[in-house]
Design a protein around this ligand. Structure first.
Ligand SMILES: [Zn+2]
Ligand SMILES: [Zn+2]
Length: 213
């Protein structure tokens, strides 16, 4: 059955229709909801970009996610071109039973806060102290394993004290410290020190002492 668009009077002979309206009018209506600019947050220290899942290295996926967070709505977003000033963005949306796809160049603005990890690093934040003691070759061996282990995880050392018979290593994440102990089936002595209270919950630092023979 031939349809006429209530907005522009085009006929379904000439243009594709989505529901009662022609595709051109639907796209024009949806295009009004598209942003002309978006503000991205990029950590001034590590250069990672803020996505809905936290900070991530900038690449097409993380940038698309960061833009989605800024745009909102039902749009699925992918990036064609990007240069920190402008982005060529492909917007897709389910509309009725169909998928509407549009492209738009939008202006990119960049805010430069410091991410939580960098903030913690510069403020000397730590949740665990790893104390390694014993003969030098064994201490160095465990130390190398620990450094490799944390380098592949989202964690850092805020301080390393070199002692006569070992090291004290201050780690930003006690979960990673625990994972290390489990991974290598180590049996360190453990203690805890209270360092604060947050929302009525006591916060503890884990202290591990690993004595090698
Ligand atoms: Zn129309
Ligand atoms: Zn950072």
């Amino acid at each position: 059955m031939l349809k006429y668009c209530p907005t522009c009077n085009r006929s379904s002979d000439d243009v594709h229709f989505i529901g009662e309206f022609c595709e051109i009018c639907i796209k024009e209506k949806l295009a009004k909801g598209l942003p002309s600019n978006v503000t991205l947050e990029v950590c001034k220290s590590c250069g990672r970009i803020r996505t809905r899942d936290g900070y991530a290295s900038p690449n097409k996926e993380s940038i698309a996610d960061a833009i989605s967070a800024g745009v909102g709505g039902k749009w699925k977003i992918s990036i064609k071109e990007f240069d920190w000033k402008r982005a060529d963005v492909v917007f897709k949306q389910e509309y009725g039973d169909e998928r509407v796809k549009m492209e738009k160049e939008i202006e990119v603005k960049v805010k430069k806060p410091m991410c939580i990890d960098c903030y913690r690093q510069t403020s000397g934040y730590y949740e665990a102290i790893f104390q390694i003691r014993g003969p030098e070759s064994k201490v160095e061996n465990i130390m190398a394993k620990l450094m490799k282990f944390i380098s592949t995880r989202n964690t850092f050392t805020s301080r390393v004290d070199e002692l006569e018979n070992g090291y004290d290593i201050y780690l930003s994440d006690k979960k990673v410290a625990n994972a290390f102990v489990e991974y290598y089936e180590l049996k360190p002595g453990r203690s805890y020190s209270l360092y604060g209270v947050k929302n009525g919950k006591e916060l503890y630092r884990n202290i591990y002492i690993l004595r090698l023979e």
